[in-house]
Design a protein around this ligand. Structure first.
Ligand SMILES: NC(=O)c1ccc[n+]([C@@H]2O[C@H](COP(=O)([O-])OP(=O)(O)OC[C@H]3O[C@@H](n4cnc5c(N)ncnc54)[C@H](O)[C@@H]3O)[C@@H](O)[C@H]2O)c1
Length: 249
């Protein structure tokens, strides 16, 4: 029970990785608040969290909406008194080749993958600073550090996720003396249900670019989140950790 009594917020909680992260945090004793666009998915995750004997709180909210996020965080903090752990997992890519990309596609990708991180972190950070303790784990992508080699047409996604990398490092420095750590995972392709429809050729093309020839396991990623949220990493901050089987070497 490395996180007994801790209060965690997970964005993208209804998603493939977010749900697994919520469960791993709950298994270690943390209460979990899930934020996502998808209310049905949030209900299912809350149920899984409660089976571990901890409190679950959810709110369906568009995390690109600054005011709505502030309001949701205020409601949560009024109830829980503060937040110890924030996992910024909401996001997702869209394939669009740069020479034909619309402004709408660009701004949607930046909003979904970077502005959401600003909005939620901005809403939660003051409570962490007030208590002089907090753990922020951002989920970027290998695309941020190795371009979009796994998926062509990912420039907007890669740029937004690279923004998350920059935000992680700059914020880590800004809050380091106040007991708040800020770290970032840069996952490669994960074995989430979204990959189940890959053709054999598509799967081989992916694996051929990954030295270990393995997709990432969501359970392993979630364990890394738990580690970065745990007391063992009090002196670990500003780290960008690729979970990509060596793809970005
Ligand atoms: N799955 C992978 O292979 C992989 C690889 C690298 C990085 N990532 C990153 O990991 C994170 C989780 O990925 P996943 O595979 O679980 O994706 P997913 O699509 O299953 O989950 C993403 C979740 O984010 C939510 N979301 C998106 N925009 C939102 C918004 N504006 N407001 C509220 N919620 C919003 C979606 O509703 C969804 O539930 C994403 O940031 C993704 O970019 C995933």
């Amino acid at each position: 029970m490395r996180l007994a009594g801790k209060r965690a917020v997970v964005t993208g909680a209804a998603g493939a990785l977010g749900g697994v992260i919520c469960e791993h945090l709950a298994r270690e004793g943390a209460r979990v608040a899930g934020l996502d666009l998808d209310p049905v998915g949030l209900d299912a995750v809350a149920e899984r969290v409660r089976t571990h004997g901890v409190d679950a709180w959810t709110e369906a909210v568009d995390l690109t909406d600054f005011e709505a996020v502030q309001a949701a965080a205020e409601r949560l903090i009024a109830q829980w008194g503060g937040v110890d752990i924030l996992v910024n997992g909401a996001g997702g890519g869209a394939v669009s080749f740069f020479h034909e990309m619309t402004y709408q596609t660009w701004s949607t990708q930046v909003d979904r993958n970077l502005t959401t991180v600003f909005n939620v972190t901005r809403a939660v950070l003051p409570s962490m600073l007030a208590q002089r303790h907090g753990r922020i784990v951002n989920i970027a992508s290998v695309a941020a550090i190795a371009g979009g080699r796994l998926v062509r047409g990912a420039t907007a996604y890669a740029a937004a996720k690279a923004g998350v990398v920059g935000l992680t490092k700059a914020l880590a420095i800004e809050v380091a003396e106040q007991g708040v750590t800020v770290n970032c995972l840069a996952p490669g392709a994960q074995a989430t249900p979204g990959r189940d429809n890959d053709t054999t050729e598509r799967r081989e093309a992916l694996l051929s670019q990954i030295p270990t020839r393995l997709l990432g396991e969501p359970d392993h990623l979630a364990e890394t989140v738990v580690y970065l949220a745990s007391p063992a990493t009090v002196n670990v901050t500003g780290v960008i950790l690729p979970l990509d089987g060596g793809h970005s070497i």
